[in-house]
Write a protein that binds this ligand. Structure first.
Ligand SMILES: *Cc1c(COP(=O)(O)O)cnc(C)c1O
Length: 367
């Protein structure tokens, strides 16, 4: 069979390899009891109120969803203190990243992203034929915004700042970001990926919405996939000045966010109890994991998110398989360029205990 030639920019793109699903591990290894701590999902599940809202919405799915997400935007606008016109809802915040690239990137345009960080920035850039400049994080995995600034050229369209950064859990502080935005040339959009915003406890975490209110070329991205526990529905949102939102709406599919996702997100936003329980679980998990790792002589990167990045001292692929045999799925650091690190999300206290035991046994097996 002869197919037409693929677009040349696709040569550099490899299909995304997601965190291994639980069902796959059970099938492949014949295990009954498997836990996944590899994709920063919420182990407490979706909010009970979101589940109820979805049950009630089942008879309505013969209709197309509201293409404008009217109810959800109304509720989010109040919650965030912004105008509804400053919001865009996406099929996951991943979709909003793609809309940004489709809206603003011509072939050969450049973006700047930290290294290591979230691979989706590379994907959306490459698919439009854009070029990527990588700015390494400092040795403590904090941002070096001066380095990012120094990489700006006439072709730069976006600077991606992931805060808390995936996979390191580190954040950019308010003052550094203020100074960075002050110094950045006009005509460049700063994409502030705040997927883990709700978990942050640091006092100097930036108020990103103020930049939007002051009409800076900034878009803040948030999601219902993490603390709200709705990753399987695919729904996230962007907060940006109206003119930027208007541009994005030109490329957005008319019914990009499905009805179940809209209904569940609206209910989840109002379920403060579920959010608080999820936060408490992560805070307790951080303590439990730090103590457990310390006993093994390991020190995770200080994290403001629901996951941590740690140097295990052994090959992360071998470790991954040794832990998989014990029914624990983690994310290997090699994909981020750190072959002895793993990224793991905090689980329930039993899951954390199981992780620590599996890690200890796996490391003994490998050394
Ligand atoms: C999980 C994650 C997202 C959210 O993706 P969704 O498409 O909303 O599920 C965005 N950015 C980062 C850095 C993430 O880790």
């Amino acid at each position: 069979m002869t197919l037409p030639k693929k677009r040349s920019c696709l040569e550099e793109i490899k299909p995304y390899v997601p965190g291994k699903p639980i069902g796959e591990v059970k099938r492949e290894l014949g295990l009954q009891d498997v836990i996944k701590l590899a994709s920063n999902e919420n182990p407490l599940g979706p909010s009970p109120r979101a589940q109820e809202a979805m049950r009630e919405a089942i008879p309505e799915v013969n209709y197309y969803p509201d293409g404008n997400c009217f109810e959800l935007k109304k509720s989010l606008a109040v919650y965030l203190g912004v105008e509804e016109e400053q919001l865009i809802i996406g099929n996951g915040s991943d979709e909003i990243l793609k809309l940004l690239a489709e809206t603003y990137l011509e072939p050969g345009d450049e973006v700047i992203m930290p290294q290591p960080s979230f691979s989706e920035y590379e994907f959306v850039t490459r698919i439009m034929g854009g070029r990527i400049k990588y700015a390494p994080l400092k040795s403590d995995f904090n941002y070096d915004l001066q380095t990012l600034l120094g990489m700006v050229s006439e072709r730069t369209r976006f600077v991606f700042i992931c805060s808390p950064n995936n996979p390191t859990g580190t954040i950019v502080d308010q003052q550094s970001l203020d100074e960075f935005l002050q110094a950045l040339l006009p005509g460049i959009i700063t994409v502030l990926d705040e997927a883990y915003y709700e978990y942050v406890t640091a006092k100097d975490y930036p108020h990103s919405i103020d930049y939007v209110k002051n009409d800076k070329p900034v878009i803040a991205l948030r999601t219902f996939s993490k603390i709200y526990g709705l990753a399987g529905l695919r729904i996230g949102y962007g907060i940006a000045p109206f003119s930027l939102i208007q541009d994005l709406n030109r490329v957005r599919e008319p019914f990009n966010v499905n009805h179940m996702a809209q209904v569940a997100a609206l209910a989840a936003l109002e379920d403060k109890d579920h959010v608080n329980r999820s936060l408490e679980m992560v805070e307790a998990g951080r303590e439990q994991i730090n103590v457990g790792l310390q006993k093994m002589g390991l020190e995770p990167v200080p994290s403001q998110a629901n996951y941590f990045f740690v140097d295990t001292g052994v090959d992360s692929q071998e470790l991954f398989h040794a832990m998989l045999r014990r029914g624990v799925i983690v994310r290997t650091g090699d994909i981020f360029g750190f072959p002895t690190y793993i990224r793991v999300n905090y689980g329930t206290s039993e899951q954390n205990e199981r992780f620590l035991t599996a890690l200890q046994q796996a490391r003994e097996e490998l050394t």
